[in-house]
Design a protein. Structure first.
Length: 127
Protein backbone atom coordinates (compact mmCIF):
# COMPACT_ATOMS: atom_id res chain seq x y z
CA UNK A 1 0.00 0.00 0.00
CA UNK A 2 3.02 2.26 0.24
CA UNK A 3 3.14 2.39 -3.55
CA UNK A 4 -0.36 3.81 -3.96
CA UNK A 5 0.46 7.42 -2.89
CA UNK A 6 3.52 7.48 -5.15
CA UNK A 7 1.49 6.11 -8.03
CA UNK A 8 -1.07 8.88 -7.56
CA UNK A 9 1.69 11.51 -7.40
CA UNK A 10 3.26 10.17 -10.60
CA UNK A 11 -0.04 10.02 -12.50
CA UNK A 12 -1.41 13.45 -11.51
CA UNK A 13 0.31 15.32 -14.39
CA UNK A 14 -1.15 12.90 -16.94
CA UNK A 15 -4.76 13.60 -16.05
CA UNK A 16 -4.43 17.11 -14.64
CA UNK A 17 -2.30 18.46 -17.50
CA UNK A 18 -4.90 18.14 -20.28
CA UNK A 19 -7.55 19.65 -18.01
CA UNK A 20 -5.36 22.70 -17.31
CA UNK A 21 -4.56 23.11 -21.00
CA UNK A 22 -8.26 22.89 -21.89
CA UNK A 23 -9.16 25.51 -19.29
CA UNK A 24 -6.42 27.96 -20.23
CA UNK A 25 -6.34 27.74 -24.03
CA UNK A 26 -7.25 30.94 -25.81
CA UNK A 27 -7.32 29.77 -29.43
CA UNK A 28 -10.10 27.82 -31.05
CA UNK A 29 -9.66 24.09 -31.23
CA UNK A 30 -10.56 23.99 -34.91
CA UNK A 31 -7.84 25.27 -37.28
CA UNK A 32 -8.58 27.92 -39.86
CA UNK A 33 -7.50 27.11 -43.42
CA UNK A 34 -6.86 29.72 -46.06
CA UNK A 35 -7.87 28.84 -49.56
CA UNK A 36 -5.43 29.46 -52.39
CA UNK A 37 -6.08 32.81 -54.02
CA UNK A 38 -3.96 33.67 -57.09
CA UNK A 39 -3.94 37.37 -56.22
CA UNK A 40 -2.44 36.83 -52.80
CA UNK A 41 -0.18 33.85 -53.42
CA UNK A 42 1.82 33.88 -56.64
CA UNK A 43 2.88 30.24 -56.43
CA UNK A 44 1.34 27.52 -54.25
CA UNK A 45 3.57 26.46 -51.37
CA UNK A 46 3.86 22.87 -52.52
CA UNK A 47 5.07 23.93 -55.96
CA UNK A 48 7.62 26.36 -54.48
CA UNK A 49 8.86 23.67 -52.10
CA UNK A 50 9.16 21.16 -54.92
CA UNK A 51 11.16 23.60 -57.04
CA UNK A 52 13.49 24.39 -54.11
CA UNK A 53 14.00 20.67 -53.39
CA UNK A 54 14.73 19.91 -57.05
CA UNK A 55 17.24 22.78 -57.13
CA UNK A 56 18.97 21.29 -54.08
CA UNK A 57 19.07 17.86 -55.71
CA UNK A 58 20.47 19.36 -58.91
CA UNK A 59 23.20 21.18 -56.97
CA UNK A 60 24.09 17.96 -55.13
CA UNK A 61 24.18 16.03 -58.41
CA UNK A 62 26.52 18.59 -59.97
CA UNK A 63 28.77 18.48 -56.91
CA UNK A 64 28.77 14.67 -56.98
CA UNK A 65 29.70 14.68 -60.67
CA UNK A 66 32.60 17.07 -60.04
CA UNK A 67 33.82 15.07 -57.04
CA UNK A 68 33.70 11.78 -58.91
CA UNK A 69 35.56 13.25 -61.90
CA UNK A 70 38.43 14.45 -59.67
CA UNK A 71 41.96 13.15 -60.21
CA UNK A 72 42.80 9.90 -58.43
CA UNK A 73 43.87 10.06 -54.82
CA UNK A 74 41.86 13.09 -53.72
CA UNK A 75 39.12 11.19 -51.96
CA UNK A 76 37.58 10.05 -55.20
CA UNK A 77 36.66 6.68 -53.71
CA UNK A 78 34.75 8.39 -50.90
CA UNK A 79 33.08 10.67 -53.44
CA UNK A 80 32.03 7.65 -55.51
CA UNK A 81 30.57 6.00 -52.41
CA UNK A 82 28.66 9.19 -51.54
CA UNK A 83 27.42 9.54 -55.12
CA UNK A 84 26.22 5.94 -55.13
CA UNK A 85 24.31 6.57 -51.90
CA UNK A 86 22.69 9.59 -53.55
CA UNK A 87 21.76 7.56 -56.62
CA UNK A 88 20.23 4.85 -54.45
CA UNK A 89 18.37 7.46 -52.42
CA UNK A 90 16.97 9.01 -55.59
CA UNK A 91 15.63 5.63 -56.70
CA UNK A 92 14.16 4.90 -53.28
CA UNK A 93 12.77 8.42 -52.95
CA UNK A 94 10.91 8.10 -56.23
CA UNK A 95 9.53 4.64 -55.54
CA UNK A 96 9.29 4.27 -51.75
CA UNK A 97 9.39 7.69 -50.14
CA UNK A 98 8.58 6.41 -46.64
CA UNK A 99 12.14 5.04 -46.38
CA UNK A 100 13.65 8.53 -46.53
CA UNK A 101 10.99 10.42 -44.56
CA UNK A 102 11.90 12.73 -41.72
CA UNK A 103 12.71 10.84 -38.54
CA UNK A 104 13.60 7.61 -40.28
CA UNK A 105 17.13 6.27 -39.86
CA UNK A 106 17.47 6.09 -43.62
CA UNK A 107 17.20 9.88 -43.88
CA UNK A 108 20.46 10.41 -41.96
CA UNK A 109 22.06 7.65 -44.02
CA UNK A 110 21.18 9.68 -47.11
CA UNK A 111 21.84 13.24 -45.95
CA UNK A 112 25.27 12.72 -44.36
CA UNK A 113 26.85 11.48 -47.64
CA UNK A 114 24.81 14.07 -49.54
CA UNK A 115 26.34 16.86 -47.52
CA UNK A 116 29.82 15.34 -47.80
CA UNK A 117 29.73 15.49 -51.60
CA UNK A 118 30.09 19.31 -51.91
CA UNK A 119 33.01 19.24 -49.46
CA UNK A 120 34.70 16.52 -51.49
CA UNK A 121 34.07 18.46 -54.71
CA UNK A 122 35.56 21.59 -53.13
CA UNK A 123 38.59 19.63 -51.91
CA UNK A 124 39.14 18.13 -55.36
CA UNK A 125 38.82 21.55 -56.99
CA UNK A 126 41.20 23.33 -54.65
CA UNK A 127 44.13 20.93 -55.20
Amino acid sequence: MVYLPWLVILLIPYWLGPIIVWLTQKARARPVFERFTPGRHLVPEDVAGLVAFLALLLALAIAAFRAVRAPPGLGRDVARACASVLAGAAVLGLTQSYLTSIGNLASTTVWIPALLVPALAWRARSV
